[in-house]
Each structure stands twice: as C-alpha cells, then as structure tokens.
Design a protein around this ligand. Structure first.
Ligand code: EPS
Length: 387
C-alpha cells in the first residue's frame, strides 16, 4: 500500500490517492470524517479552524459503500480558498513580484529559508504553502481509511497528550476504550484533569505573549499480531518505519518506544521484558518496556510510541531574521497561525502510525480482498498457536 498527497494550504483543495487497499471493505464515511474532525479540534488553534469544516469526498475506488480494490482517491476542499484566489491562482499573472502576499522574511524554525534556497524561490510563500501542517489533513484521511481495515481485525488505536510546555500529565493505567473515551472529551486530549486546566492556562499565557508551545504525545496500538515488520533488512523494521512516519509530521523532533530514552539510564535487567507462556495466552511478555517491538518486529504486546513536537515556529512576537531581498536584519514575517497544535498533532500521530501498521499488516497477510486477508491471517495465527 502507498499514498501520496498534493495541495497547498490556501489552494483550492487537498488530494490523495491510496494504492493497494483491498476490496470488499465497507467504508464508513462518518468514521472517516470523524478523524478529520478530531484533527481540527484542540485548545490553542487559531482562526483558520473556524473557516474549515474538513470533509472528505471520495472520488474513486469505492462503489455502493465498499472498496473495489481500485485506487481510492480522496479530496478535501479548502473553504479558505475563496479568500486566496488571486494570491494563489493557478493561471499565469503578468507581474508576480508585487502585492501577492509575498513572503521575504523567513521564519526561524520553519521550512521557509531552506526551501527557498533549495527550490530557488524568491517568494517564500511557494514553500510555506506546501510545508504547512494543513497537508496533514490528507494523512489523517488515509489513516481514517486504514483504521477501518485494522478495526476488521480488532486492532485499536488511541492517543493522549502527556506534556504541553512545562505541564506534564500524571499517568494512569487505563483500558484502551476508556483512554479513547476520556481523551476525546478533553480539549487538550489528556486524562489528568488537573494537568488539563494547567495546560489550558499555559496556552493562554503563551498566546498573550505572542509565543507558542510544544509538547509530547503518546500513541497506543492494541491487538497487533506478533511478527509485523522484520529483522532481516533495515528498511523492513517496523519500529524504524513508524519513527520515520512520526518525524515526518510537521514540527516533530523526537520519537521513542516504550521506556524509550530512559533505557539509557537503566541496567539491562530493568529494561528487557521477561518472556512467559500460558496455554491460553501463548507467548507473551511480563512487562512492555520495549513498547511492542523487538528486532524491528511486533511482539504482540501494545505498540507504545511517543513523539515530541517543538513549539510552532510562526510567532506573533517574531524572532530576528534576514530579508532575502536586502539581506538586512528584520523580524520574521507574521502569518496567521496556532498557539499550540499538540492535541491536533496527537490525532495526526495516531493516523500516521495506523497507516504504517496497516501497511505492514498488508505486507504480511497480503491479499487483494478482505476475505483473502482474513484467511491468510487465520492460517498464520494457527501456525503461531501450534508453534
Ligand atoms: C499553518 C498555519 C495555519 C494553521 C495551519 C497550519 O493556517 P493559516 O495560515 O491558514 O492560518 O491553521 O493548519 C491548518 C490549516 C490545518 O488544517 O491544520 C502552518 O503554517 O503550518
């Protein structure tokens, strides 16, 4: 399975094509749009999210509610486009140098300057329009499709925010369904109510100061069979592929599995998970410090991934930059933006990880139809059971 996305943040629409998705999966459109809706929520977002009401139009690969095995094409229209038709028009213009909301003072931390130099663009808008996290709408749409395949096999995905700025949420052991329910009701997607209030206050304070906040998000996937991914080749290690997917989310700077970076401080005896066996449960681990992976393969325990998001780089009280025309010192350009997008980034992280797991699932159990995958999985599970 693979997908690509296209489209600019203030262009007419965002587009994606999913290739290799099996036939005979019933697609629930509300469930797909629910993922898009979740991504738009979250305390700390700017005014743009009041303009957009993201809804996916399915324009290929689905007939009478079911996938046919053909590429699935999805489109999300940008409502804001109507305010940007002259700035972002596709037709040639006589003079493209003036008056088109040109960006010439790159924002520190953004793709602006590197992209401008690399693509030889003197209007940095040509970089920011595509580097914008608006693009994640389509990655979440892809997640919204593959989650429905995973759900057919009892695989569940949850996420929670565990830090915003200096505020850390207290951890609680929860059943995955409770985690999903509680975080869905929280404006910052946390379980800990005390931390929730402090996070909201911290976002308000950053906003008042013209500043931004980052944080840490945790994603859990439950119900994954043992043996997705492989130790035999570097690019088949599924934890490595998930890490790449997480770091490809705009503003993400770090990723860890299970106890993650803490493993550096502990002795091996307090890092590795002892192996157990029961006739009913088969092989399993006594703990899950590895976060669901050994040798680049799933262990069958929960996949536990954390990602670190830096604060958004568009600051209303901007840092110093250099004008690309005059080379003189100026403050960076101010574009409308969010104060904190960590809760939304959590939804994005859930969905990009769901994609990687679904892709590895398809590699292992292959099949062009849902029925074929079911029979491949059943025969593998029997092999594991009789091992
Ligand atoms: C973004 C800037 C803001 C965000 C945007 C990402 O958009 P605008 O420039 O239109 O105000 O709202 O996020 C989205 C539009 C979205 O759908 O998440 C940026 O520069 O990355």
């Amino acid at each position: 399975m693979r997908y690509l996305t296209a489209g600019e943040t203030h262009g007419p629409q965002l587009t994606t094509i999913i290739e290799g998705f099996p036939s005979n999966v019933t697609l629930n459109f509300d469930e797909l749009n629910f993922q898009l809706h979740r991504r738009q929520k979250g305390y700390g977002r700017g005014r743009r999210m009041q303009i957009e009401k993201d809804t996916a139009q399915i324009v290929g690969g689905v007939r009478h509610g079911k996938t046919t095995g053909a590429p699935i094409a999805l489109v999300v229209v940008n409502n804001d486009w109507k305010h940007w038709t002259s700035v972002m028009g596709i037709e040639p213009v006589e003079d493209d140098s003036e008056g088109k909301r040109r960006v010439n003072r790159p924002r520190p931390g953004h793709a602006d300057l590197n992209g401008g130099l690399k693509y030889n663009q003197k209007d940095l808008r040509n970089i920011l329009e595509r580097s914008s996290a608006r693009e994640t709408t389509m990655r979440v749409a892809c997640g919204g499709v593959v989650r429905q395949l995973l759900a057919e096999f009892g695989i569940k995905v949850a996420g929670q925010v565990i830090r915003i700025g200096e505020v850390e949420a207290k951890r609680e052991e929860l059943a995955i369904d409770d985690l999903i329910r509680i975080t869905e009701e929280s404006p910052v997607r946390v379980v800990d109510k005390e931390a929730e209030a402090k996070m909201i206050a911290a976002i308000d304070a950053a906003k008042d100061d013209g500043d931004t906040l980052g944080g840490i998000v945790e994603v859990i996937i439950e119900g994954v069979p043992v043996g997705l991914g492989s130790h035999v080749q570097w690019d088949r290690k599924l934890d490595g592929r998930i890490a790449q997917a997480v770091l490809s989310i705009q503003a993400f700077k770090g990723v860890e599995f299970g106890i993650g970076f803490e493993a550096a401080e502990r002795r091996g005896s307090l890092v590795h998970d002892e192996i157990r066996y029961t006739p009913e449960g088969g092989f399993h681990r006594a703990t899950n410090r590895a976060g669901g992976f050994e040798g680049g393969m799933t262990t069958g325990e929960q996949i536990v991934v954390r990602g670190v998001m830096k604060p958004i780089s568009t600051l209303y009280k901007p840092l110093q930059s250099v004008d690309i025309d005059t080379k003189e010192v100026f403050t960076a350009q101010v574009e409308r933006s969010d104060t904190c997008a960590v809760p939304a980034a959590g939804v994005i992280m859930e969905n990009v990880i769901a994609w990687e797991v679904a892709q590895a699932f398809m590699e292992k159990f292959g099949g062009d139809s849902l029925e074929e995958i079911r029979s491949n999985l059943a025969s593998y599970l029997k092999q594991v059971e009789n091992y």
